[in-house]
Every structure is written in structure tokens, then in C-alpha cells.
Design a protein around this ligand. Structure first.
Ligand SMILES: [Zn+2]
Length: 264
């Protein structure tokens, strides 16, 4: 009894990011929780047919959880799926995008560091992908690019899209450049600070700001012509890849993103 008194039990909501088999019948789950941030926990016996936990702990599910703290990993003692995003799962492209979203989140967040905004954003992107009316490659890609920007911005990597990074002057709608290295805009005069920066049109700047600031419900209504869509998509995609490579040296993961883009 003395032992159980020391063990702390806690309850929280969470979203399943990753599942790894452990031994014969167990599994390690990585879950982004609303109260404790990212948690890795054991689910014992979860792969047995009659397990009470099993069906609830699917990838992407929003679950109500009870956990008990352990010396190494915590253990899930009870759980109930609250939302399982059936429409999303029925669509191969949406499923692959959801995989990408949870993997990106898993790679870039530390364990047990609470950030409710990240939990909320994850919930919103999955709910958006789950909507039957949201179809079409362009729409889906704008939503994913918006997720990336908003997520990176919560982690402190928001690109500077209003002022020139060097001289600090407000960006005027003429010739500007986007610098991956510096993380945002340079005016024509300051371009020499990063000669590898690329030209960006005023409309692309507006579009990327929109993706960064607006809810997904508004992003899906954006109608862009092909060249603008391509320009905004490429800049955001290169920006995300640049940050990932710098932060994670994640070549394999970046390759996966490129594959996903081809898949579209
Ligand atoms: Zn400048």
C-alpha cells in the first residue's frame, strides 16, 4: 500500500501521435495531452483481443485518459475515445497528411512541456481534415501549409512578413525578397544580407500572412490563381524544410515531405 500512495494518478485529454509495440502484448503511446504536453506512456495488454484500452488508442484519436506516474514511463490505466475522425481515415490522402501532421508535431515538441495552444491547433487541423466538404489537393495543401506556419510560429519560428529583417522598415508592395536563412523578408536595398534570398511578390506576402494568421475555416475558402498558389506553397514549403533541417538535421523526414508533395 505504501507504494501506491507514492504513485501519482492524473487525468487529461490527449491526441495519439505515435504507437510502438512493446513485448508481446503491450504498446508505448506518444500522446499530446491538453494538460501536460507530450507524454510517452505504456499501455499494458493493449494488443490482446479483449483489451479494454485497445480500440480507443488508435492514431489521431482524441482520448480521455487516466495515467499513473512511473519511474520510467507512465502507464495508461483507463481511456475512452472521444473523437476518432472517421471521414479522415476513409480518405487515403487525408490520412497521409494527418500522419505528416502528427509526425511533425512529435519531432518538434519536447516531452512534458505543456502548451495548450499546440493541443488546440492539432485538434483543429484534424477536425478540418475530417470535414467531408474539404477536398481537392489545393485546398488540402493550403490548410497543411497554414498548419505548418501556425505550428512553427507557436514554437517561436514565425517568419517576419511585415518589416525588412535588416533595416526594420515596413515592407512596401514592390520588390522584396524572402530569406530562408534569416527567416523572413528583406527589402531590395538589404538583399545583399542574403544573396540566396528569392524574389517574393506582394500577393504572395499577403497570402502567407493570411495562412499564418487565419483560422483553417477561412483558409479553406481562399481562392488563388495557379502562379500565386505555387509561389506561396513553394516559399512556405522551403521555409519549413529549412527549419526542420536546421533543427533536426532530419533528412529522412524532409524526404518524406517531398514524397508527400509528389503524391499530391
Ligand atoms: Zn531593408
Amino acid at each position: 500500500m505504501a507504494r501506491s500512495e507514492k504513485m501519482k494518478i492524473y487525468k487529461t485529454k490527449g491526441i495519439v501521435l505515435r504507437r510502438q509495440d512493446l513485448g508481446e502484448a503491450d504498446r508505448i503511446l506518444t500522446i499530446y495531452t491538453s494538460k501536460y504536453g507530450k507524454v510517452r506512456a505504456k499501455a499494458l495488454g493493449v494488443r490482446k483481443v479483449l483489451s479494454k484500452l485497445g480500440g480507443h488508442l488508435e492514431l489521431f484519436n482524441i482520448v480521455d485518459l487516466s495515467l499513473v506516474e512511473g519511474k520510467g514511463l507512465d502507464t495508461i490505466t483507463a481511456c475512452r475515445a472521444q473523437e476518432s475522425f472517421r471521414n479522415l481515415r476513409a480518405d487515403l490522402k487525408k490520412t497521409s497528411l494527418a500522419y505528416y501532421v502528427v509526425e511533425l508535431l512529435d519531432k518538434l515538441t519536447p516531452e512534458k512541456q505543456k502548451d495548450y495552444r499546440i493541443f488546440k491547433l492539432l485538434k483543429e487541423i484534424l477536425a478540418t481534415l475530417n470535414q467531408k466538404t474539404i477536398i481537392g489537393t489545393d485546398k488540402l495543401y493550403l490548410v497543411i501549409r497554414s498548419f505548418e506556419l501556425r505550428f512553427l510560429s507557436l514554437l517561436g519560428y514565425a517568419p517576419q512578413l511585415k518589416k525588412c529583417l535588416t533595416c526594420g522598415k515596413l515592407i512596401k508592395p514592390n520588390l522584396n525578397y524572402f530569406s530562408l536563412k534569416l527567416g523572413g523578408l528583406l527589402c531590395a536595398r538589404c538583399r545583399k544580407q542574403d544573396i540566396r534570398s528569392t524574389k517574393i511578390t506582394p500577393n504572395a506576402i499577403k497570402t502567407i500572412r493570411y495562412l499564418l494568421e487565419k483560422d483553417f475555416s477561412l483558409t479553406v475558402r481562399l481562392k488563388l490563381d495557379k502562379p500565386l498558389f505555387k509561389e506561396a506553397r513553394n516559399i512556405v514549403s522551403n521555409f519549413v524544410k529549412y527549419i526542420l533541417q536546421r533543427e533536426l538535421k532530419a533528412r529522412d523526414f524532409v524526404k518524406k515531405i517531398e514524397k508527400l508533395e509528389r503524391f499530391a
